[in-house]
Design a protein around this ligand. Structure first.
Ligand SMILES: *Cc1c(COP(=O)(O)O)cnc(C)c1O
Length: 574
C-alpha cells in the first residue's frame, strides 16, 4: 500500500465517460494527467470528491434556454468502498468521511488509485451529507466546506489508508489548498510544538506543488475571514499564518497555496507571464498542458498511427513522423471520423448535414470571455463568405448554472441558427461532455477558438483536435501562442505572437477571423485539398507530438517533483 510518493489533489477529475464528477477543462486535464501517470508507472495517487449528483445534465429547449438537471450516478458500479472512516470539524460538528477507490490502469497494467471522498454517511447531519453531492455548488459557504473536506479530509484519509511516504502534494488549482494546513498540523505535532514556526512551514513547503489555471484575480475562490473562522474554528492552525499571509479580511485560496508551495506553475508560457504579473513576489514556472493521446485520438486515427507510427502510444513524440503518412489514407481516416460525427448529429437532432461541406467545430463553456459568438459578429460578411464556399457549424457547451450571461449567449446562438438557416446550418448539441467531445472534435474540418486574450490560461480542446489532424483557427492566447505556425499547423486570429496584449476588440478580431476564413482557409479546403491535408498532417506532427499528457507529465516529474526530491535529500543530509 505504502508505495506512493506523489499525491495529486483536484476538486474535479474526469475519470470515465460514465462518471460525471467534472465540469470541463480542469477535470479533463486532471484525468489525462492520471491516465498518463498510469501509463508511465509513476507512483502517484489522486484525491477528489465523489460528487454523487455530478455537475449537471444540460437540456436546451427550442429557444436554447438551458435546463439543468442533477446527474446522479451509480457509485457502486465503478468504485470500491474503502474501510477507514475519518472526520473533519466543520462549524464544530464532526463530519465523518470515507473514500471510494477508482483505479486508472495503464497499458501495462500499472494502477493509479484515485480516492473520492464521501460525506454521505448515516451519522452525519442531512446538510453535511450533501457536502459531497454537487460539484461547485455556488454558495461560498458550501464551497468552503467542500474545500475543507478535500484538503483536510483528503490528507487525513490518505494517512488512514496507510500512505505515510508521500513526498509531494500537488494542488491542481487552489481548491485543495487547505491540505497545506493539515500538513502543517502534522509537522507541529511531530516537533511537539503548539504553534507553527518557520521550520514547520518550510517542511510543508518542501512537499507542496501548486498549479494555477486562472489568469484573473477574480477567478480565484475567496472567502471572508469570518466565514473561514465560522467553518474551521478560530483556534485552527490557519490563524497562526495570518501575518505570513497578510490577509485583509479575506482568504484567497490561491494565495494560501502560493505561500505554502515550493514550486508553482502556470499552464502555458503566456499564462506564466500573466500570473507572474498578478503575484509579483513569487517565482512561477510554466508547464504547458497536454492531452492524453490514446484517449483523444479517434479510432480511425489510432488505426492509422498503429500502421505507420508503431510505438506512438508509448512514445507520443514519435507522432512527428505523421508527415510520412500518405495523404489519401489520412484523408480517408478524417472522412470516417467526420461521418461518425454527422451520423451522431443526425441521431440526436434529425438534421442532415452534407459530408462535403466545410464543417467548423466549436465546443466550450458558454461564458463571456470565451466569446463563442465572435464568428457571428457580422452576419452579412459571414453570409457572403458562405455563399462562395459552403460552411456549417457544430457547436456545444454548457453555461455555469449561475452564469445568466452565458445562458443568454446560448439563446442568442439559437436565434442565429434560425435566421441563418437558408445559408448556413448551425447545430448546437446538448450536454457537452467527455463522450461528446470525443465525437465532435475529431469529426470537424476546423476547430475554432476565440477567447479574449489573455484570459485563456491554456485551452486543451485544440490539442485534442491536433491529434486527429484537425487544424485550429484561434485567437493568439494560451497554448495557441506556442502551437500556431501560421498556415502550417493552423491559423491565428488577431495580432500574432508574443507581444503581451490585453484586449477585447471584438470588431477587429472578427474582421481578422473572416479574413482568414475567406482568403486562406476556405480556398485551401475547396480548391487545393492536397495542401489542406498537408496542414492536417503538420497539426499532428508538430502539435500532436508535443501537446500531449506524456510530455506534460515528464515536465512535472522533472521540474515539480523530482528536482525537489533531490533538494530534499540534500537538506536531510545537512
Ligand atoms: C477538452 C474539454 C474541455 C476544455 O476545452 P477548452 O479548449 O480548454 O475550452 C471542456 N470540456 C470538455 C468536455 C472537454 O473535453
Amino acid at each position: 500500500m505504502d508505495d506512493r510518493s506523489i499525491a495529486y489533489f483536484s476538486m474535479e477529475i474526469a475519470l470515465d465517460e460514465k462518471i460525471p464528477t467534472y465540469s470541463g477543462g480542469l477535470g479533463i486535464l486532471a484525468g489525462d494527467m492520471i491516465r498518463a501517470a498510469a501509463e508511465k508507472k509513476l507512483p502517484l495517487l489522486a484525491v477528489t470528491l465523489i460528487h454523487r449528483m455530478g455537475y449537471f445534465h444540460q437540456e436546451l429547449n427550442l429557444y436554447g434556454k438551458q435546463i439543468e438537471k442533477p446527474e446522479p450516478w451509480v457509485v457502486e458500479a465503478y468504485l470500491k468502498e474503502e474501510e477507514p472512516v475519518i472526520s473533519v470539524f466543520i462549524e464544530g460538528r464532526q463530519v465523518n468521511l470515507k473514500a471510494w477507490k477508482y483505479e486508472a490502469v495503464g497499458a501495462e497494467g500499472f494502477r493509479v488509485p484515485v480516492y473520492l471522498l464521501d460525506a454521505d454517511l448515516p451519522g452525519n447531519s442531512e446538510w453535511d451529507r450533501k457536502l459531497t453531492h454537487f460539484l461547485y455548488g455556488e454558495d461560498p459557504h458550501y464551497r468552503l466546506c467542500q474545500e475543507v473536506i478535500l484538503g483536510i479530509g483528503g490528507v487525513k484519509i490518505l494517512r488512514a489508508l496507510g500512505y505515510n511516504n508521500l513526498q509531494r502534494f500537488h494542488m491542481n488549482e487552489g481548491h485543495s489548498s487547505f491540505l497545506t494546513l493539515e500538513l502543517l498540523k502534522e509537522e507541529i505535532v511531530k516537533s511537539g510544538r503548539e504553534t507553527a514556526s518557520e521550520k514547520e512551514i518550510e517542511s510543508v513547503r518542501k512537499k507542496c506543488v501548486f498549479t494555477t489555471h486562472t489568469p484573473v484575480l477574480a477567478g480565484f475562490d475567496r472567502f471572508p475571514l469570518n466565514l473561514v473562522e465560522q467553518v474551521i474554528g478560530s483556534d485552527h492552525i490557519f490563524f497562526n499564518l495570518t501575518n505570513l499571509l497578510s490577509l485583509q479580511g479575506t482568504l484567497d485560496v490561491a494565495h494560501l497555496a502560493f505561500t505554502m508551495s515550493r514550486y508553482v506553475n502556470g499552464v502555458s508560457k503566456r499564462n506564466r507571464e500573466v500570473v507572474s504579473k498578478m503575484f509579483g513576489r513569487y517565482t512561477i514556472d510554466s508547464i504547458t498542458n497536454g492531452v492524453h493521446a490514446p484517449t483523444w485520438t479517434a479510432e480511425p486515427f489510432q488505426i492509422l498511427y498503429d500502421k505507420y507510427i508503431p510505438g506512438w502510444r508509448e512514445d507520443n513524440a514519435s507522432l512527428r513522423s505523421a508527415l510520412s503518412i500518405p495523404k489519401e489514407e489520412l484523408y480517408r481516416a478524417h472522412q470516417t471520423a467526420k461521418k461518425k460525427l454527422l451520423n451522431q448529429v443526425n441521431r440526436l437532432t434529425k438534421e442532415i448535414l452534407p459530408q462535403d461541406s466545410f464543417t467548423i467545430g466549436m465546443a466550450r463553456r458558454a461564458t463571456r470571455y470565451k466569446r463563442i459568438d465572435l464568428v457571428f459578429q457580422d452576419l452579412e460578411v459571414l453570409k457572403r463568405i458562405a455563399k462562395k464556399h459552403p460552411i456549417q457549424f457544430i457547436l456545444a457547451g454548457k453555461a455555469h448554472p449561475q452564469d445568466e450571461d452565458g445562458k443568454k449567449i446560448i439563446q442568442h446562438l439559437f436565434e442565429l441558427k434560425k435566421s441563418l438557416k437558408d445559408v448556413i446550418q448551425i447545430i448546437y448539441l446538448e450536454n457537452y461532455d467527455f463522450s461528446l467531445a470525443r465525437i465532435i472534435i475529431p469529426g470537424v474540418d476546423l476547430w475554432l477558438n476565440t477567447p479574449q486574450p489573455p484570459l485563456e490560461a491554456s485551452g486543451t480542446s485544440g490539442m485534442k483536435a491536433a491529434l486527429n489532424g484537425v487544424p485550429s483557427l484561434s485567437t493568439q492566447d494560451g497554448w495557441w501562442i506556442e502551437g500556431c505556425i501560421e498556415g502550417v499547423t493552423g491559423w491565428g486570429i488577431g495580432e500574432s505572437g508574443w507581444d503581451y496584449v490585453t484586449h477585447d476588440n471584438i470588431a477587429q478580431d472578427a474582421f481578422s477571423l473572416y479574413e482568414k476564413l475567406e482568403k486562406k482557409i476556405l480556398p485551401l479546403f475547396y480548391e487545393n485539398p492536397q495542401s489542406y491535408i498537408d496542414v492536417m498532417r503538420h497539426a499532428i506532427a508538430l502539435n500532436g507530438s508535443f501537446f500531449n499528457a506524456q510530455r506534460m507529465l515528464q515536465q512535472y516529474i522533472l521540474n515539480a517533483y523530482a528536482f525537489q526530491m533531490v533538494t530534499l535529500q540534500n537538506c536531510r543530509e545537512e
